[in-house]
Design a protein around this ligand. Structure first.
Ligand SMILES: Cc1cc2nc3c(=O)[nH]c(=O)nc-3n(C[C@H](O)[C@H](O)[C@H](O)COP(=O)(O)OP(=O)(O)OC[C@H]3O[C@@H](n4cnc5c(N)ncnc54)[C@H](O)[C@@H]3O)c2cc1C
Length: 473
């Protein structure tokens, strides 16, 4: 059981495309709220893929409720159990020590191997009896006024009251929702990332400390930062290095990483970093292009029977440390909004999901950019000259982000959000962290933090004004 209250059947059928952190969370939470769920995942089998991923206390709050704490207990031995993040200047001196949040925000954070954490989520969903269909690639989406559906590669068709595209950065669902293909662009940065066991590090006096216990160290330099962690008592080690990369990306965004390329960037840094890189098995390294998307104008289809969530709706930079957590919050909010709306008002539930999530999510996304920029563009010559300069490099721990209870918040604000949507009210409402998706200010249309002249040549605005906004404005 997800939480002490397993709700009776709501009669709402939900098809979820993608079994990543966003899709699986949406499935578990919808199941708990009494909705009938089918998850469609393209992968033919569950594999332990990826490397390090972080789930903040706002995600920990969700996980703690699953199985009366059983999932949280399963995660503890395989996640990071360190005391502080020690930040260094690129050449070695310690800039600042940020204590881990512990239970300061009421729930634990879980940082560990993406594949290992994901396996716990996946198994829990299976134990809950959720229908997860692997080897089920969705190739087509459609919607009608009272239902929506998908077509699988096999030709099989499925329909439901609502279809959720939790299909990641290369989302197909997004095309249907937007009415055009929104291509990602390079963020100007890429990240080398890796995960390996610490035997070789233990033999080197410079890197031995990583193998002795759980640790977390970071190094910041001009346009580059390097974060390294050891966990499981020092048995496993992971590091990531974000660096400038101006290459354009097309479809593929992940390539094999090369040690020699990393050393071209950090070869004259703190000898600890250099040794760590040299002891890394190259076969475990990837060079991951950090794609960027401007905030999408909408996450829901015209008829509000299809929505997107997680990376499909909002890719995050790693420095926000919130990509998976925000995908999880999406799943919770959608499940609760559908629950509050009820079977007869499914589109209202979907619209409320978007309104409740959009601005909060954008705020978390922007944090990734500001943290990256403060680390990459610091005044490195004067960094150590004052306590204030040093503390400014701390990883931010904003209470608005970490104290948030996505379930409680949605159930609390739904009636007011629903009233606004039904009455066509747009733009002025701010309920908790929720504001409207679009608003009109000084003769301009404002989407997130971007504004457009009206009329404008932008296809985006045309789509919005024609298809969605006219009535509401
Ligand atoms: C294999 C993999 C490894 C990753 N490794 C890391 C990592 O090491 N560190 C990190 O920070 N982040 C990693 N990520 C990204 C991270 O999981 C997400 O940024 C975040 O958790 C948000 O999750 P999501 O559910 O929105 O998207 P994702 O985790 O990307 O999940 C999307 C899911 O949708 C499925 N899918 C896509 N298209 C279709 C389709 N047409 N039909 C059916 N299913 C489809 C995909 O197979 C995937 O399982 C990884 C993602 C993947 C898929």
């Amino acid at each position: 059981m997800v939480s002490p209250t397993q709700h009776p059947p709501s009669g709402i059928k939900v098809l979820i495309v993608g079994a990543g952190f966003g899709g699986i969370t949406a499935a578990i939470e919808c199941h708990n709220k009494g909705h009938q769920v089918i998850v469609l995942e393209a992968f033919p089998e569950l594999k332990i893929l990826g490397d390090v991923i972080s789930l903040g206390p706002n995600a920990g709050r969700i996980i703690e409720r699953w199985g009366n704490g059983s999932v949280a207990r399963e995660l503890l031995p395989i996640t990071h159990n360190n005391k502080e993040l020690v930040m260094h200047r690129f050449d070695g001196p310690v800039v600042t020590r940020t204590p881990v949040t512990g239970l300061k925000f009421g729930s634990p954070a879980f940082n560990g191997h993406r594949g290992e954490l994901h396996r716990c989520f996946f198994r829990f969903a299976q134990q809950e009896g959720i229908d997860i269909r692997l080897n089920s690639r969705v190739v087509e989406y459609w919607e009608e006024p009272d239902k929506a559906g998908v077509v699988l590669e096999s030709g099989e068709g499925l329909e439901a009251d609502v279809v959720v595209g939790a299909d990641g950065v290369k989302s197909k669902a997004r095309q249907l929702v937007l009415g055009y293909d929104d291509k990602p662009r390079s963020s100007g940065y890429a990240i080398w990332r890796t995960w390996f066991t610490s035997e070789e590090l233990a033999k080197d006096p410079l890197t031995k400390f990583f193998s002795a216990e759980d640790t977390h160290h970071g190094w910041i330099g001009p346009e580059v930062h390097f974060l390294a962690a050891s966990l499981k008592g020092g048995k496993d080690v992971s590091w990531v290095c974000t660096h400038k990369d101006e290459k354009d990306i097309e479809e593929s965004y992940q390539f094999p990483g090369k040690i020699e390329d990393v050393l071209k960037v950090v070869g004259d840094w703190d000898p600890v970093v250099v040794s760590l890189v040299k002891h890394t098995p190259e076969k475990n390294m990837v060079d991951w292009k950090l794609v960027y998307r401007d905030p999408l104008p909408t996450w829901i289809s015209k008829g509000a029977r299809i929505c997107i969530l997680g990376d499909a709706a909002h890719p995050f930079l790693p420095t926000s440390i919130q990509g998976a957590s925000q995908a999880m919050e999406d799943g919770v909010v959608l499940a609760c909004a559908l629950f509050s709306a009820g079977k007869s008002r499914v589109p209202l539930g979907v619209r409320a999901y978007e309104r409740i999530r959009y601005e909060r999510c954008r705020r978390a996304q922007l944090m990734g950019e500001s943290t990256r920029d403060k680390w990459h563009k610091a005044d490195f010559d004067n960094l150590m000259s004052s306590e204030e300069n040093m503390r400014a490099m701390d990883l931010p721990h904003p209470p608005w982000l970490f104290w948030h209870d996505a379930e409680k918040h949605t159930l609390d604000v739904f009636p007011e959000v629903a009233k606004d949507i039904e009455s066509g009210k747009f733009g002025t409402d701010e309920i908790g962290f929720q504001t409207s998706v679009l608003r009109r200010e000084n003769g301009k249309i404002v989407v997130g933090n971007r504004s457009f002249e009206e009329p404008s040549g932008e296809e985006l605005v045309q789509v919005l004004v024609k298809e969605q906004v006219t009535a509401a404005l």
